[in-house]
Write a protein that binds this ligand. Structure first.
Ligand SMILES: [Zn+2]
Length: 352
């Protein structure tokens, strides 16, 4: 179905009261929403899943309140899904992945104003480095470049050469090489910023357009993270490195112990919820997470949660909102109508 046709269908459904009916029918089921950073400049146009506009976020949150959704903490939601306590109708959890500075500067103030709790799944290595995230900044620069091809020299033997920027493969090859080079600077922010600005200049993106000074590609600092619980935002696990080691439970344990240790060393409470980086997981996850004392884990598979018993609590569905999601689609998803459509068309993938 084309997007236009889908939107017309949803508009008609909403007009006939179908969304309202589904909110009533599914009011006992839990929803979990996923966001990442906010948008300080034009980075939402580059990646609308990673950087979300404050204005649209505020529109979504106000709609939730208006329609009777009750935003609850992840602790409360997991306990109610496990049958340990009752949940209010249309219980909804707001989560943020990664730890972007812009989550704090753009999105959390919206929740603060509405007195809504939230959860931040933190990837701790980027906090310790403190530099702009190389993989994201490099890809942004390439996206922003007006050039069709570029010849680089004086970098490293691995990078120097000619790149075709008109092809996806050419752009990706360049992004990977440059990101690896910048990651090599570790926590040396001056070196990383100099390198990124030099690369941007060679790609005809002036430093004034890159705007690294706004911190739009950086994570929060330890001091900023420590302030989050007072803003009703709990800091939880997203791995030390942003990678789920499929088929390697020992590596997962090491990674989560490092992530948990880093969170605690910031003076924050012991984390107990996990979110799979990039949404990848395997069947071993439940056992490993249980051994580590982790009490829940979220995926990026959309769906509503009726109950989460035993292993289901380690594969909680979650809706990844983004710039590409129209307000109407958001309303359909949150009302439970989209999940119904996925089920009747056999496209439901949620395990819980
Ligand atoms: Zn992430």
């Amino acid at each position: 179905m084309s997007k236009q046709l889908k939107l017309s269908f949803l508009r008609a459904a909403r007009t006939f009261g179908v969304f309202k009916l589904f909110r009533y029918l599914t009011q006992s089921q839990l929803r979990i929403l996923c966001y990442h950073g906010g948008a300080i400049g034009d980075e939402s146009e580059y990646n609308g899943k990673l950087f979300f506009s404050r204005q649209t976020f505020e529109q979504r949150m106000k709609w939730l309140r208006e329609k009777g959704f009750n935003v609850v903490s992840l602790d409360e939601a997991v306990e109610s899904a496990g049958g340990k306590r009752p949940a209010p109708p249309l219980a909804t959890v707001i989560t943020f992945d990664d730890g972007w500075y812009s989550t704090r500067s753009e999105l959390l103030p919206v929740l603060d104003k509405l007195e809504m709790p939230s959860t931040l799944y933190l990837c701790t290595s980027h906090v310790l480095e403190g530099t702009p995230v190389a993989t994201v900044t490099t890809r942004y620069i390439i996206w922003k470049s007006p050039l069709k091809s570029v010849a680089l020299s004086g970098y490293t033997p691995a990078i120097d050469g000619q790149y075709d920027l008109s092809s996806g493969a050419g752009r990706e090859e360049l992004a990977k090489k440059v990101a690896a080079w910048i990651e090599g600077f570790g926590a040396d922010n001056t070196a990383a910023v100099d390198a990124l600005e030099r690369f941007a200049k060679d790609l005809a993106v002036p430093a004034g357009e890159l705007q690294l000074g706004t911190r739009r590609f950086q994570y929060m600092t330890g001091d900023e993270l420590r302030e989050l619980p007072a803003q009703r935002c709990a800091v939880e696990l997203h791995g030390h490195v942003h990678h789920y080691p499929v088929g390697d439970p020992a590596a997962l344990k090491d990674d989560l112990r490092q992530c948990s240790g880093a969170i605690q060393s910031l003076g924050l409470p012991v984390p107990k919820h996990y979110c799979y980086p990039s949404g990848s997981f395997d069947a071993d996850a439940a056992g490993t997470l249980g051994e580590l004392g982790v009490v829940s884990a979220t995926t990026c598979i959309p769906g509503l949660i009726s109950k989460a018993e035993n292993e289901q609590v380690y594969f909680l569905p979650r809706f990844l909102d983004g710039r590409d999601v129209e307000m109407l689609e958001f309303e359909a998803e949150m009302s439970g109508f989209s999940e119904f459509l996925r089920r009747v068309t056999g496209r439901a993938a949620s395990p819980a």
